[in-house]
Ligand binder design. Structure first.
Ligand code: KIV
Ligand code: ZN
Length: 513
C-alpha cells in the first residue's frame, strides 16, 4: 500500500479556532504527543504572526526529532527569513509558503495580477529553498481558482524548488466529486508534477472536509493537512482521526496507509481538548464520547452477541479500552506513570510523587479511575498556579419558584471574605457573586460541562475560558456537584488570569495576522 503523509496543523490552523490560543509550554506538550501519535510533519506555527508564535516554533524545533517541523510564511522575504530563524534548529525543518491564487483574492485582497502572483510564488520558493531542501508551496483559495492558472503557479513553484504543492479548500466550498476532479486535473496538467508531492488542505464549512480530503487522495494526493478533533479556522479543518480511521477501516477501498499509531488517537484528542478548552461534541466521529456508545436495546443486544454487528471499528484501536477502567487502588506507580505518559504528560519525579499521593487518595474514594480523572488531577495539581483565590464554601438556593441565590466564602490573598448574590440560574448567581467579591472585570468566553463516566459516582467536569484586557485563561474544576465544579473552574480561571497578569510572557500572544 502507498503511504499518505500526515501533516498536522493543530498548532497553526487549529490554533486559529476562536479562543484556542496556546502558550509555548502547551504547544510543546502537544508536539511531543503528536510525535508519539506518529504524524510525519508538525506545522508548529506562523512565526511572522507574533513573537509568541516565533518562540513556540523555535522551542518545538529544538525538541522534536522524529517529525518534520514546519513554519508557515507568506510569500515575502521577511516572512520566510522569520520562518527560517524559527525552524533552523529542527532535525527536519520545512518552510511552508503561500499566496492566494483565486481571482476573488487577487482582485480584492492582494490587488495583484496573475503574472505578479506567479513571480511572487517563484521568488518565495527560491528564497525558502536557499535555506532548506524541504519547501512547501500552497495556493490559498485554490479550490476557487482558475484550474489552468493553478497548474501554471504549481509548475512555477516546482520549477523554483517546491517539494510539496498544496491545494487548499480555504473556505470549505468544494464538493467531493468536484474537488477530486480538480486534483486529478491539476496533477495531469502540471508538467513537472512528478517532482513534488501533492497535498490537500480542506476546511469544514459545509461539513465536507473529510469527504473532500478522501476524494483528493483518491485522485492522487499523498499528503493530507489535518488537525486533531478537526479544530481550526471557522468550522475547522479536516479531522486527523477521521481520515486516518477511514483509510484504516476501508483499506480495501482506498489502498493507502499512514504511520499513525491509532491507539494514541484518543489520548491525543483528550490532550488537545484539555489544552484548548474546546470540548469535543459527543457525537463526533471516532473521538466523541458517544462514538462507541450503543443506546438502543436492539443495538446493545447485537453488540453483545457480536461486536461487529454495530461497530465498524474496535474502540481499542483508537485508544479506548473497552471497559474504560484505567487503573485502580491497587495499581502501582509504574502503571500510573505509564498511563500519564500515554496521555501526553511527561512529569518530573517530584511531580509524579505528588500526583501519585493524590491519586491514591482518590482511588480510596472511588472504585475506578478513568483517563479523565487523571487529567483533572494533572490540571489541579501540576498545571496549577498559585492560589490568589480559594473557594472555601458555597451554598446555592434555586428551584422553580426561588430566585437563584449564591452565598460564597472565599479566601482572597489569605484573607477570608464572604458575599452573596443573585443570577438568572444557580451558576450565574455563583459566578456573579465570585466576580463581585474578587472585583473581576473578566468576560466569560466559554463555559462547558462534561460528565466524567456515566456511573453513580460520576464527576462533572467544567471548563471555563475567561478574558481580561487581552489575556485569556482556561479554568477547570471537577466535582460530583456541577455547580460546585463550576465554581471551582471559575476560581481556577481567575487564579490563572492573576498568574498571567504577573507573568505576561507566559500568555499566548495575540496574533497580528
Ligand atoms: O486554508 C488555507 O488556505 C491555509 C493555507 C495557509 C494553507 O491554511
Ligand atoms: Zn487552512
Amino acid at each position: 500500500m502507498e503511504k499518505v503523509i500526515i501533516f498536522d496543523t493543530t498548532l497553526r490552523d487549529g490554533e486559529q479556532s476562536p479562543g484556542a490560543s496556546m502558550n509555548t509550554a502547551e504547544k510543546l506538550r502537544l508536539s511531543i504527543q503528536l510525535e508519539r501519535l506518529g504524524v510525519d510533519a508538525i506545522e508548529a506555527g506562523f512565526p511572522a504572526a507574533s513573537s509568541g508564535d516565533f518562540e513556540a516554533v523555535r522551542a518545538i524545533a529544538a525538541k522534536v526529532t522524529g517529525a518534520e517541523v514546519v513554519a508557515l510564511a507568506r510569500a515575502t522575504r521577511e516572512d520566510i527569513d522569520r520562518a527560517w530563524d524559527a525552524v533552523r534548529d529542527a532535525a527536519k525543518p520545512r518552510i511552508h509558503t503561500f499566496i492566494a491564487t483565486s481571482d476573488i483574492h487577487l482582485e480584492h485582497k492582494l490587488r495583484m495580477s496573475r503574472d505578479q502572483v506567479v513571480e511572487a510564488a517563484m521568488q518565495a520558493v527560491r528564497h525558502a529553498k536557499s535555506y532548506t531542501s524541504q519547501v512547501e508551496f500552497s495556493a490559498e483559495d485554490g479550490s476557487r481558482s482558475d484550474r489552468d492558472f493553478l497548474c501554471r503557479v504549481f509548475e512555477a513553484a516546482i520549477e523554483a524548488g517546491a517539494t510539496t504543492v498544496n491545494l487548499p479548500d480555504t473556505v470549505g466550498y468544494a464538493m467531493p466529486e468536484e474537488f477530486g476532479e480538480l486534483v486529478a486535473y491539476v496533477r495531469r496538467n502540471t508538467r513537472n508534477m512528478e517532482q513534488a508531492i501533492f497535498s490537500v488542505h480542506c476546511h469544514d464549512d459545509l461539513g465536507l472536509a473529510t469527504a473532500n480530503t478522501l476524494a483528493g487522495l483518491k485522485a492522487g494526493a499523498r499528503q493530507v493537512e489535518v488537525t486533531i478533533n478537526g479544530i481550526g479556522e471557522r468550522a475547522g479543518n479536516t479531522a486527523l482521526e477521521e481520515v486516518v480511521m477511514a483509510l484504516y477501516t476501508r483499506k480495501e477501498q482506498m489502498g493507502l496507509e499512514t504511520a499513525i499509531d491509532t491507539t494514541s488517537i484518543h489520548p491525543t484528542s483528550r490532550l488537545v481538548s484539555m489544552v484548548t478548552g474546546i470540548v469535543v461534541q459527543p457525537n463526533k466521529a471516532v473521538v466523541g464520547a458517544n462514538a462507541f456508545a450503543h443506546e438502543s436495546g436492539i443495538h446493545q443486544d447485537g453488540v453483545l452477541k457480536h461486536r461487529t454487528t454495530y461497530e465498524i471499528m474496535d474502540p481499542e484501536m483508537v485508544g479506548l479500552s473497552s471497559n474504560r477502567l484505567v487503573i485502580g487502588k491497587h495499581s502501582g506507580r509504574h502503571a500510573f506513570k505509564q498511563r500519564l505518559t500515554e496521555l501526553g504528560y511527561a512529569l518530573s519525579e517530584d511531580e509524579l510523587n505528588r500526583l501519585f499521593e493524590k491519586f491514591k487518595e482518590l482511588a480510596d474514594k472511588r472504585k475506578e479511575i478513568l483517563d479523565e480523572d487523571l487529567e483533572v488531577l494533572v490540571a489541579e495539581e501540576i498545571l496549577r498556579v498559585p492560589d490568589t483565590y480559594q473557594l472555601e464554601y458555597l451554598n446555592v438556593v434555586s428551584g422553580t419558584v426561588a430566585v437563584p441565590t449564591a452565598t460564597v466564602k472565599l479566601r482572597i490573598r489569605g484573607q477570608e471574605a464572604q458575599g452573596a448574590g443573585f443570577g438568572i440560574g444557580p451558576i450565574d448567581a455563583t459566578f456573579n457573586t465570585i466576580a463581585k467579591m474578587t472585583e473581576s472585570r473578566s468576560r466569560l468566553l466559554r463555559f462547558a460541562v462534561n460528565s466524567i463516566s456515566g456511573g453513580m459516582d460520576a464527576q462533572g467536569e467544567v471548563t471555563v475560558r475567561l478574558q481580561e484586557n487581552g489575556l485569556v485563561a482556561l479554568g477547570k474544576g471537577a466535582d460530583p456537584d456541577i455547580i460546585t465544579a463550576s465554581a471551582k473552574a471559575y476560581v481556577n480561571g481567575l487564579n490563572r488570569l492573576e498568574y498571567l497578569k504577573k507573568n505576561p510572557s507566559l500568555a499566548p500572544e495575540e496574533r497580528s495576522l
